[in-house]
Design a protein around this ligand. Structure first.
Ligand code: IMP
Ligand code: MG
Length: 181
């Protein structure tokens, strides 16, 4: 899945991730007891956290999926978001919980949150598996954060570099030699 020389170190083990997801699930379960919860997964990075987190939210809920791209490839996003796949469900009356893999510059989530707010849901909150606050440019905060991490490029548990490594069951710091850093 990943060669030893492509991995600088393991940042979060499978066991640590399990504990994180359990905690997020119970926080969300407590907060959304009397709400009309619609969990929105931002593809593709959130695929793992979405699937695991849903099973830790002990409430009736609905799910939907969205795909956005911040233009360009590489290890940082450019700030403009394009909707690749839109939601199927009309957001009126729903309490939206956006689930993302990582909050980095914040460009993706701040622009996504703005777009969803124009559709008049009851509320919009953000759950991010990872948070890299050192790199924040946009004025945005997540309501639920799995783990705050240092300014390193990480892969695994949904997170990719050039569409690879998403299937790693742990989160690892990618060796800069992989992306020529
Ligand atoms: P932002 O718009 O800069 O906050 O970037 C968010 C997106 O950039 C995430 O959804 C990821 O797809 C990608 N990203 C940012 N940091 C990393 C990382 O360390 N590893 C993998 N993808 C990342
Ligand atoms: Mg990505």
């Amino acid at each position: 899945m990943i060669k030893e020389n492509e991995l600088k170190s393991v940042l979060l083990s499978e066991e640590e991730i399990k504990a994180i997801v359990k905690r997020l699930g119970s926080e969300i379960t407590a907060d959304y007891k009397d709400k009309n919860l619609l969990v929105v997964s931002v593809l593709k990075g959130s695929v793992m956290i979405m699937a695991d987190l849903l099973r830790e939210i002990k409430l009736p809920l609905k799910i939907d999926f969205m795909a956005v791209s911040s233009y360009g490839s590489g290890t940082s996003s450019s700030g403009t978001v394009k909707i690749i796949k839109d939601l199927d469900i009309n957001l009126g009356g729903y309490d939206i919980l956006i689930v993302e893999d990582i909050l980095d510059s914040g460009a993706t989530l701040s622009s996504l949150k703005e777009i969803l707010l124009t559709r008049k849901p009851a509320s919009v909150k953000i759950c991010t598996f990872l948070d890299k606050p050192d790199r924040r440019k946009a004025d945005i905060k997540a309501d639920y954060v799995g783990a705050v991490i240092p300014d390193e490029f990480v892969v695994g548990y949904g997170l990719d570099y050039d569409e690879k490594y998403r299937n790693l069951p742990f989160v690892g710091i990618l060796s800069p030699s992989v992306y020529g850093g």
